[in-house]
Design a protein around this ligand. Structure first.
Ligand code: COA
Length: 147
């Protein structure tokens, strides 16, 4: 699937907020600094879903990955993650972390490994996703990217 990422700006946030809320993902902090959100578009310019990066040095939190419910299971989620990995690598990020309550099998299939919360860098552990927005029972996963 040939796709491109379009960085979202402030006026796109209500649309993103609606998609995240519908999927039960956190929305409270999406307008805070340090987050970059993208719409991923297919070759016809149609949005296949959204995703975001929250950078902390050489590490980033991969977050807010969402595909519309009726379109799941066709590879779009994997393409979105792959696209964000490309954006992250371009910025010199070498490790991506993700918190998920029920999409662990999805991330495992695309190279993310479950890790102990104690091995998460302090800056990532201090993000609002870690401290407040996601439940303490969520699984933390990591993938190393780049050279
Ligand atoms: C997770 C998500 C982005 C995957 O999108 P998708 O387009 O369905 O992903 P793909 O088609 O690339 O991969 C689908 C595979 O992942 C598995 N998968 C996806 N979500 C899953 C979940 N919640 N639990 C178990 N498996 C899941 C599917 O079973 C499928 O595997 P299969 O082909 O063997 O059946 C989508 O389900 C979604 O938007 N979920 C709600 C938001 C969310 O949980 N985001 C992740 C945390 S940021």
């Amino acid at each position: 699937m040939r796709v491109q990422a379009r960085a979202l700006d402030e006026e796109d946030l209500p649309m993103l907020r609606a998609a995240l809320a519908a999927a039960g993902l956190p929305t409270d902090d999406i307008d805070q600094p340090g987050r970059e959100f993208y719409a991923v578009l297919d070759h016809r310019g149609r949005t296949i879903g959204y995703g975001g990066l929250e950078r902390h040095g050489a590490a980033a939190l991969l977050r807010s990955i969402v595909v519309p419910p009726r379109e799941r299971g066709r590879g779009q989620g994997s393409v979105i993650v792959e696209t964000l990995e490309g954006e992250a690598a371009k910025r010199g990020i070498t490790a991506l972390y993700v918190l998920t309550t029920d999409a662990t099998p999805f991330f495992a299939r695309i190279g993310y490994a479950s890790i102990d919360r104690a091995s998460v860098p302090a800056a990532i552990a201090a993000t609002s996703q870690f401290t407040t927005l996601c439940p303490a029972t969520a699984t933390v996963m990591r993938k190393r990217i780049g050279p």
